[in-house]
Design a protein around this ligand. Structure first.
Ligand code: PEP
Length: 250
């Protein structure tokens, strides 16, 4: 039985004061009355704040990116080893915003997955198609390539240590969510692609859905057999919404 996993992607939002209010509201509102695994992925400067405020709680904290390198002359980069020092458990890798705005290729994403796994952290590997790719019928081909890049660079064993987030690019931050049926179809495709290499790893693989998940649509999405929780952007910044989404992942 796979666990449900709900992660918040704060993106480049927050401040010391706003984060403290949000985290305290999550701690108070969630208490222990929820079944899912929960994580918040904060901007780098706020990881120490997350570590301090969330210490001893069931809420994990993570980062939104990591370098493919361990250390060296890479100005502005942050390594997985550094993240580990802050008690990070998860690292989002290959988010569509990084692919689109910072030129991250399938190959680079695969190198980052490898660097994160080498530090015993859990990559949240984002995959997903753009609207024009869906409309021209190549969504599965695109997602297949994204997965294959990681399979060929890291091997099937990597999928025993990572989480996949299926995030159709056209649904991120747009208010336009994939229907539960659309999302389920792609989740089943992803699981099938991994099962072709190792059925047991595929069966245990946690696959989150991301893209305009809100309290009103979370339960229906999470009820699909291959949807194991969500990667939540905008709604993770609103304590009551994130709490409701976590509760929907029972
Ligand atoms: C995301 O940033 O990963 C995301 C899914 O954003 P939103 O929930 O705002 O669509």
């Amino acid at each position: 039985m796979r666990r449900k996993f709900v992660a918040g992607n704060w993106k480049m939002h927050g401040s010391l004061a706003a984060n403290e209010a949000l985290l305290r509201a999550l701690l108070a509102g969630l208490g222990n009355g929820y079944a899912a695994e929960v994580c918040v992925c904060a901007p780098f400067p706020y990881l120490a704040q997350c570590a301090s405020l969330l210490a001893g709680s069931r809420i994990a904290w993570g980062a939104q990116n990591a370098s493919q390198h361990d250390h060296g002359a890479y100005t502005g980069e942050v390594s997985a080893a550094m993240l580990r020092e802050f008690g990070c458990r998860h690292v989002i890798v290959g988010h569509s915003e990084r692919r689109a705005l910072y030129g991250e290729t399938d190959g680079l994403v695969a190198e980052k997955v490898s660097a994160v796994l080498a530090q015993s952290l859990v990559p949240i590997l984002c995959v997903g198609e753009r609207l024009e790719e869906r409309e021209s019928g190549v969504a599965e081909q695109v997602i297949g390539h994204q997965l294959d890049a990681v399979l060929s660079h890291c091997g099937i064993g990597a999928f025993a240590g990572l989480v996949v987030a299926y995030e159709p690019v056209w649904a991120i931050g747009t208010g336009r969510t994939a229907t539960p049926e659309q999302a389920q179809a792609v989740h089943a495709f992803i699981r099938g692609r991994i099962a072709a290499h190792d059925a047991a790893i595929a069966q245990a693989l946690v696959i989150q859905y991301g893209g305009s998940v809100k309290p009103g649509n979370a339960a229906q999405l999470f009820a699909q057999p291959d949807i194991d929780g969500g990667l939540i952007g905008g709604a993770s910044l609103v304590a009551e919404d994130f709490i409701e989404i976590v509760r929907a992942a029972a």
